[in-house]
Design a protein around this ligand. Structure first.
Ligand code: GDP
Ligand code: IMO
Ligand code: MG
Length: 421
C-alpha cells in the first residue's frame, strides 16, 4: 500500500495537476482534502486540456475512484459544471466520484463577503480569488457553516435563515445588496438534487481501502506557503495545505502517509499579495518574459521570481518530503544565466524563513548564486541523461539543497512530457 501526498512546495501553481494526472495510473483512489475552487489545476492529456477546480486531477485514470474529502469546501455550481464538463469530455465520473457529506458549502454570501472584505482592506488586501474561501472556512470553524448533511434533514432551512439574518446585516453595513431567503433556498435545493448521487460518507471507503492495501494519491490544493499556519500570514489561504491536512480532511491517519511528493517549479510564482523575496520586477528581462503565466482560476497575471531554495528546503522539512517532482525545467532553456536564492540575510545576519513573519520576509535580502544556463530545447528529452549537463546540474543542486531526491522532471505541460529518473 502507499498513501502518496502530492504537495506544492512554493506558493501554488507548481504543476500539481499535471503531476497527479501522470501519477494516477497506479492509484486506486485519487483525492482532494483541502481548499476549494480557489484551486486551478491544469491537466493536458488524451482527453484534452482542463483547468480543474474541485474534482481530483487523477480522475482521468479509468480505474481510479475520486474522493472529495470533508476538508474541501464546495461551491455546488462549480462542482456540477465540472462534473458535466468531464462527462462531456468522455471522462465518465458517475459511480466513481464520491463527495463527503461533511464538506461545507460555499454560499452566495461567502462570495459577496470575500469581495467586500477585500475592498474594505484596500491596499492591505490579500488578493484572494474571491471565491468565498476565507468566509466559508471562518463559518466552518465558527460553527456557522452549512454542510451537505444538513439537506438530509430539516437543518438546511433553519441554518440558512439564521445565517442570512446575520450575513445580510454585515453585507448591508458594507454597502452590498441583501440576499433573499427563498431564492438562495431554492437555488441550493436544486444544487443538492444534482449533487446527491455523488454524496457518500467516505469513512468506510477510506478505512477499507487502507486495510486492503490500496494506493491513495492525495492532491493538495494551494502550496505550502499559503498554509494558514506556516505560510506568509496574513497573505495565505484559509486552509491547512501541509500533508497533515489529509488526516483531518479525508480521514487518513498520519501514520499511513508513506510518500510526500513535493511539486517544485524550477522558478517561483505567486498570485495575489504578500512577500516574494526573489521577485523579478524588470518586465523587460528575459526571465520575466519566460516565467510569465496566467492564473488558472482568476486569469490574473502571476508574479514571478527566481527559484528560492530556502522556500523549497523549508517545505521539504515541514512536510517530510520524500521525493521532488521538478516542473517547468524547459522554461529555463535559453537563459544565459540563472539566479538561484540560496538563503536570506537580514541586517548582515543569515535568517531562515521561519525566523521572520510575512512583513519581515518582505525585507530579507536574498543571497543569490548564479548558474550557467543551456540553450537547447529540452521538451523532447526522455531521460535524465539526455538533458544538457547544466540542466542536470540545476536539478542536482535542488536535491542537494532540499535533501530530497528529484524523481520526476517536467519538460512540457503535457502528461508525457515528464522524465522519470
Ligand atoms: P497547479 O495549480 O499546481 O496544478 O498548477 P497550474 O496548473 O495552476 O499551473 C501550472 C502551469 O504550468 C500550467 O499551465 C501547466 O500546464 C504548466 N506546466 C506544468 N508542468 C509543466 C512543465 O513541466 N513544463 C511546462 N512548460 N509547463 C508545465
Ligand atoms: P492552486 O491549487 C495560487 C492565493 C490567492 C491569494 C490567497 C488567498 O491552483 O495552486 P483565497 O481565494 O484562497 O482566499 O486567496 O491564496 N491562492 C492561490 N494561489 N494557486 C492556488 O491554488 C491558490 N489558491 C489560493 O491568490 O493570494
Ligand atoms: Mg493552479
Amino acid at each position: 500500500m502507499s498513501v502518496i501526498a502530492v504537495i506544492g512546495s512554493q506558493w501554488g501553481d507548481e504543476g500539481k495537476g499535471k503531476a497527479v494526472d501522470f501519477l494516477a495510473e497506479r492509484a486506486d483512489y485519487v483525492a482532494r482534502f483541502n481548499g476549494g475552487n480557489n484551486a486551478g489545476h491544469t491537466v493536458i492529456n488524451e482527453f484534452g486540456t482542463f483547468k480543474i477546480h474541485l474534482v481530483p486531477s487523477g480522475i482521468f485514470a479509468r480505474n481510479a475512484v475520486g474522493l472529495i474529502g470533508g476538508g474541501v469546501v464546495v461551491d455546488p455550481a462549480v462542482l456540477i459544471e465540472e462534473i458535466e464538463m468531464l462527462n462531456r469530455a468522455g471522462v465518465n465520473v458517475d459511480g466513481r466520484l464520491w463527495i463527503s457529506p461533511r464538506s461545507h458549502l460555499i454560499m452566495p454570501y461567502h462570495k459577496i463577503l470575500d469581495g467586500l472584505y477585500e475592498e474594505a482592506k484596500g491596499a492591505g488586501a490579500t488578493g484572494t480569488t474571491r471565491r468565498g474561501i476565507g468566509p466559508v472556512f471562518a463559518d466552518k470553524v465558527g460553527y456557522n457553516g452549512i454542510r451537505w448533511t444538513d439537506f438530509a434533514g430539516d437543518a438546511f432551512e433553519s441554518r440558512l435563515k439564521t445565517q442570512l439574518e446575520l450575513k445580510n446585516k454585515i453585507i448591508a453595513a458594507l454597502g452590498g445588496e441583501a440576499l433573499r431567503f427563498e431564492s438562495v433556498r431554492d437555488e441550493y435545493r436544486g444544487h443538492y438534487e444534482k449533487v446527491k448521487p455523488y454524496l457518500k460518507e467516505l469513512f468506510s471507503i477510506v478505512q477499507d481501502g487502507l486495510k486492503a492495501n490500496k494506493t491513495f494519491l492525495l492532491e493538495q490544493a494551494m502550496g505550502t506557503f499559503l498554509d494558514t499556519d506556516w505560510g506568509t500570514y496574513p497573505f495565505v489561504t484559509a486552509s491547512t495545505t501541509i500533508p497533515s491536512a489529509a488526516s483531518a480532511g479525508l480521514g487518513i491517519p498520519p501514520k499511513y502517509i508513506t510518500n510526500v511528493i513535493g511539486v517544485t517549479k524550477a522558478y517561483t510564482t505567486r498570485v495575489g499579495a504578500g512577500p516574494l523575496p526573489t521577485e523579478i520586477h524588470d518586465a523587460e528581462s528575459d526571465a520575466y518574459k519566460k516565467f510569465g503565466e496566467v492564473a488558472a482560476t482568476t486569469g490574473r497575471i502571476r508574479r514571478v521570481g527566481w527559484l528560492d531554495l530556502e522556500i523549497v528546503r523549508t517545505a521539504a522539512e515541514l512536510s517530510g518530503m520524500t521525493e521532488i517532482c521538478l516542473t517547468k525545467l524547459d522554461v529555463l532553456s535559453g537563459l544565459k544565466e540563472i539566479q538561484v536564492c540560496t538563503g536570506y540575510k537580514m541586517n548582515g545576519k543569515s535568517v531562515r524563513y521561519a525566523d521572520v513573519d510575512a512583513y519581515g520576509l518582505d525585507k530579507v535580502e536574498p543571497v543569490y548564486e548564479s548558474f550557467p544556463g543551456w540553450s537547447e530545447d529540452i521538451g523532447k528529452a526522455k531521460s535524465f541523461d539526455e538533458l544538457p549537463v547544466n540542466a542536470q546540474k540545476y536539478a542536482r543542486m535542488i536535491e542537494d539543497a532540499a535533501g530530497v531526491p528529484v524523481r520526476w522532471i517536467g519538460v512540457g505541460p503535457k502528461r508525457e512530457e515528464t522524465i522519470r529518473r
